[in-house]
Design a protein around this ligand. Structure first.
Ligand SMILES: C[S@@+](CC[C@H](N)C(=O)[O-])C[C@H]1O[C@@H](n2cnc3c(N)ncnc32)[C@H](O)[C@@H]1O
Length: 249
């Protein structure tokens, strides 16, 4: 089989058509404990990474925002407050379990009045051209089988002048940090996953998928190749996470 027929699921080489099922298995499995594990694994720092993303989104009352791969809705909750009654936020995710945890959480917070919950694949977004003022994808892109197709799809549904924000794990800037981070992710993460969620495999996938994801400069080029302009990125926590920001002309 040629390489075009294969992709990566973590470190494992799998057939392209099998990847989304494997990813679905991970997120069906982690959905119920996703929020608890996020806080535990990052020591709460994911909240800071997400806050920086919100600050860079420049979302205003009346805006239409798409939070693709939105999962349990951390970004959507903030956007819902910012766009107000005249605006709209779409929380879209391919996975029904993650969506339903997200919907319950936001309903419990009394936030769902201006939010639509849509099951959708980032590669084939079911929205009109030039529709959203802002699109975010947080910790989602590395799970998508064809990232280039997903970025092109986001470009299509973003309005001219609109903003794309990609928050994702990336490559640490120093070797010392990379070493500590490797030990943490390949030893501690699966152990915590086993202890708290009884699911070491999903958290091993998490660590592996992070290592397989394009680094800062490669992702920047992919964003530009998809048609976006003025792409820039900000490293956070020493490059463990990067926020890529781009515009549609
Ligand atoms: C690590 S979670 C991130 C959730 C949320 N954005 C956050 O930051 O907490 C990754 C999410 O990506 C979703 N996902 C994976 N592949 C996808 C795809 N092709 N299209 C849309 N969502 C996808 C998963 O179902 C999961 O909810």
């Amino acid at each position: 089989m040629s390489d075009q027929e294969h992709t990566h699921f973590g470190y494992e080489k799998v057939k392209v058509e099998d990847k989304s099922q494997r990813v679905a298995g991970v997120f069906h499995s982690v959905a119920a404990k996703y929020d608890v594990m996020n806080d535990l694994m990052s020591g709460g720092v994911h909240r800071l990474w997400k806050r920086v993303t919100i600050e860079n989104a420049a979302v205003r009352p009346g805006h239409r925002v798409l939070d693709i791969a939105g999962g349990t809705g951390d970004l959507t909750a903030q956007f819902s407050r910012l766009v107000g009654k005249q605006g709209r936020v779409v929380l879209a995710d391919i996975n029904s379990s993650m969506l339903s945890v997200g919907r319950d959480k936001l309903l419990d917070r009394g936030l769902a009045g201006n939010i639509d919950f849509v099951q959708a694949d980032a590669q084939k977004l079911p929205f009109p051209d030039n529709h959203f003022d802002c699109i975010t994808i947080a910790f989602g892109l590395r799970n998508v089988t064809d990232k280039d197709e997903a970025l092109r799809s986001m470009h299509r549904v973003l309005k001219p002048g609109g903003r794309l924000l990609v928050l994702e794990f990336s490559k640490p800037k120093s070797q010392a940090l990379e070493k500590i981070y490797d030990t943490y992710s390949f030893r501690l993460l699966p152990f915590m996953g086993k202890l708290v969620a009884n699911d070491a495999d999903s958290y091993r996938y998490l660590a592996e998928s992070i290592r397989m994801h394009p680094d800062q400069e490669t992702l920047k080029q992919m964003v530009l190749d998809a048609g976006f302009e003025r792409c820039d990125y900000y490293n956070m926590t020493g490059g463990i996470v990067a926020l890529h920001k781009a515009l549609k002309a």
